[in-house]
Structures are given as structure tokens and as C-alpha cells.
Design a protein around this ligand. Sequence first.
Ligand code: SUG
Length: 447
Amino acid sequence: MSVGHFEANFDGLVGPTHNYAGLSYGNVASVTNATACSNPRAAAKQGLAKMKALHDLGIVQGVIAPHQRPDIASLRRLGFSGSDSRVLEQAAQQAPALLQAVYSASSMWTANAATVSPSADSADGKVHFTPANLTSKFHRSLEAETSGRILQAMFANSNYFSHHPHLPDNDHFADEGAANHTRLCSNYGDPGVQIFTFGRYAFDSSKPAPRTYPARQTFEASQAIARLHQLNEHNTVFIQQHPEVIDQGVFHNDVIAVGNQNVLFYHQQAFLDSAQKLAEIQRKFGPESLHFIAVDNHQVSVTDAVASYLFNTQLLTLPSGHMALIAPSECQENPRVAAYLAELVTRDTPIRQVHYFDVKQSMRNGGGPACLRLRVALTEAELAAVNPQVLMSDSLFGRLNQWVDKHYRDQLKLDQLRDPALLTESCTALDELTQILNLGSVYPFQR
Ligand code: SUG
């Protein structure tokens, strides 16, 4: 790792109401596992174990707090009234699907929390954050406000950090954050190229678009983020996801591609106009050569990639300078993917290691290792300005595991969501968490 600048990973802590409600049409795992019994305690611990392992590998690792769920304020806004228990009871009777949506712990997938541009690329030399509006799915559209407040409580110094409001809440500006954003660079502190991937054009229906599943990111949203973050045409590339892969369950680009420094690891079918766009990336990157690691259908099919989350791996630069893939154990269990990865690390590329992690609780909702983290490239000075209590350490790891043991249920089924005790348990847990992480009053129930 180069001294003075590096990439930090901020993982979403899985919230106490983690459940499987089948809320994300187009996300195969979410729909397949609808109504399964979830294990909130195990889910949170799987996430914490990954965070601690990355910390132990020498990566700067932080924690992003979960959101208040159930989102009672949204139920009230939609016409339910009376005490909180009464609101829950009425919603359970009259609109059970809505109750499930306001109970989702989906804020755990912090790749979707925001798009972040590091200071080396932005005209004003600040790190820019724009929370994603997540308008494509109702349950996720409830996250933007609180994500913004939590990020401001973590990155609270306006000398270094610039926070923007989320884009207008409309289909035209549908934005899913860093799940469709990758940055390539030589060293993290050097200017890089930011790749914005999108699924459709909102203002031009004559352009290609998926037929079956929704495209969750628009070109216009990506362009707006680039403007807000003070990027320019020399350090941005806009690439359309291939509509056919969206229709095979690739609901975000991070299900089919991942990049880090001088490596872009992707499936051959990921992009439209692939050759032309990859040439544009190389041109804007500069004279140094990039490693374009393309996986073709004969090696791993799109179906296997979606089932195993081969590309939802985290591609990390270790302190040694070598790169490692942080992969879900589903990649190890799929013989074709496991064989591919075993061969990949013997090749002459920067990727030398694969570390497998059990994040099955999250995977059952379509969230792999890369979905669970928000990448923030920082300088030493910027890191020093981050709220230190959100940074992973041996003691924070111990404290958060105890907190999970104290507050989380072992199992959760959808018919338990009407139980008002779950709301009380969740708010008690989150109140304590804001003290552990020194976040102040970020939740509606605290304000
Ligand atoms: O938005 N699943 C999430 C998974 C997000 C994965 N993120 C990235 N690929 N970056 C989603 O579809 C399912 C919730 C449920 O069905 O209960 C869910 O929201």
C-alpha cells in the first residue's frame, strides 16, 4: 500500500430486523428466498467477521450503522395512525406487503448507500458523497435521508468532505450509488478514472433497455453525480450495462464487474459497446497499462456468475502491494467458479489470493461481499478527520459482537413482524449503537 493514501472499506452492519421478504424483483436470490426464516444474529456476525478479517489483513475498515426499522414514520405518512403498536397491527392486517417493506434491513448493502468520489479527482480537492435515492424499489427508497445523516456523522469535517442531497426521487434519476461505480487509478492518491455504469436512458426511450427486469440506474442520474462531484470528461467514462445481462439477474453492475487500481475484472457480456468503451477507459487512464481480466461464457456463464457472485467479490490491494479477492463461499462451492479462481491466481496479474467468506445470510437476499461495503479512497489527513469510533479495531469488534448477542434475535419469520416488541428491541439496540459509534441522534426516534 502506498504511504499517505489508501482505500478504506465501510461495511453495513446488518440490522436487527434482517428478513427475507422477496422485495427485489430482478434480484434472483431475493425472489427465490422470499418467506424463508432469517437469522439476524448470525447475519450480523457474518458481516462483523468479514470486517475484522479485512482489518487483520491491514485494510482500513469502518462500520456503517443500520437504519431504524420498522420505518413507522413511513407507515404514518401512508395513512396508518394511533400508537406505534396500533400502526403495526393495522398495517399487518391491511397491507402486509407494505409492513414487510418498512421492516427491511436492506441498508446493510452500503454499496448502495452513496456514490463517493475521492479528493484526487474532484475539482475542489474534497471527498464528495451523494446518498443514493434508490427509487427503483420502495423498501430501499426509504434509506436515502438516514444514509445521508449517518455519512455526515461519520465524515463530519467540511474542510475535507462535501455532502450532497440525494438526487430527485423520480424514476428518471434512479440512482443506486456505488453498486454502479468503479474507480481505476495508479495509486489511490493519484487522479483516476471513474466508471459510471447505467442500465437505461431515462429521457430517450429509443435506446436499448432490458425487457424483463428493471434497469435500476439511469444514465442521467450517473451524469448528475459526476457533475455534483466536480468530475470532468477526462476522468469519467459512462458505460451501459448489457440489457441482456440485466434480464439474466444482473441487477447492478457490481454483480458482473469489479475494478481496483489498474485491474478491471468483468464478464465478457457485462457491457454494451464493450471494445470501444474499454479503449476509452485505457485512453483516459493514461500510458500505464491496465489489466483487463475478461471472463468469457466458456469459463463461467452469466448464470453461474449470478448464482456464485464471482464478480461481487471485493478486489483489494493488500499492504504487500498484491491484490486479493474477497469472495463469498458460494464461489468455492460452484466447481466451475472455484476452478476458474484457482487458475486466475496462478496467472500474471496483480490478483494473487482469494479469501472465502460465509456471508450466506446476506447472499440469500442477493447481497455479496462487495454489496456490503462502501469504498472511500482517503489520504492520511482525511482519515484523521473520520469519526474514529466507526473504525474497526479489536475492541470495537468485541463490543459490537456483545451488542449483537444482547439485542438480536436468533430467528425471524415474516409473521413475527407484527410483534411490537421487535420495534422496541430494535430501537433499544440502535440507541445503544449510536453511543458505541458516537453518531449523535441520526434516527427519527431520537429526534
Ligand atoms: O437492493 N436486496 C438488495 C441487495 C442489494 C445488493 N447490492 C449490490 N449489488 N450492490 C437489493 O435488491 C432484498 C430484500 C428482501 O427481499 O427482503 C434486497 O433488498
